[in-house]
Design a protein around this ligand. Structure first.
Ligand code: ZN
Length: 118
């Protein structure tokens, strides 16, 4: 899995919002600014030990898909009193374009999967 640094996705854009101070999420690969969040979920520490990250606690995952084609996750992992924020790439826009998949397509597939679970 390719590693992307968390600072690649946070971009301060002081003129973007009138009232909130914050950062705009960008694609970790191409820096595209149009990124959409999906409903978050929690990975239980019993399922993630040694696979998702090197920490031992639960991981809060916010799925993100970009209009550039990327599908990635903004993750907050808990470990011994500290919380680490990091990026997991599901499908980079670079690879998505090679195989003809758009990030929006993946988001729609996931919504159908979630809807069929209930
Ligand atoms: Zn991208």
């Amino acid at each position: 899995m390719d590693q992307y640094h968390i600072t690649d996705v946070f971009h301060e854009e002081s003129d973007f919002f009138a009232t909130e101070k914050g950062c705009v999420l960008h694609c970790p690969v191409c820096q595209h600014a149009y990124q959409h969040t999906e409903p978050p979920f929690v990975l239980d520490s019993r399922d993630t030990a040694g696979t998702v990250w090197s920490g031992r606690g639960n991981v809060l995952v916010i799925p993100v898909w970009g209009e550039c084609g990327s599908s990635w996750q903004l993750c907050l992992g808990f470990h011994k009193g500290s919380t680490v924020i990091f990026v997991r790439m599901v499908l980079s826009c670079y690879d998505a374009h090679k195989v003809g998949i758009h990030g929006m397509d993946l988001a729609q597939v996931r919504r159908k999967e979630v809807a069929s679970d209930h």
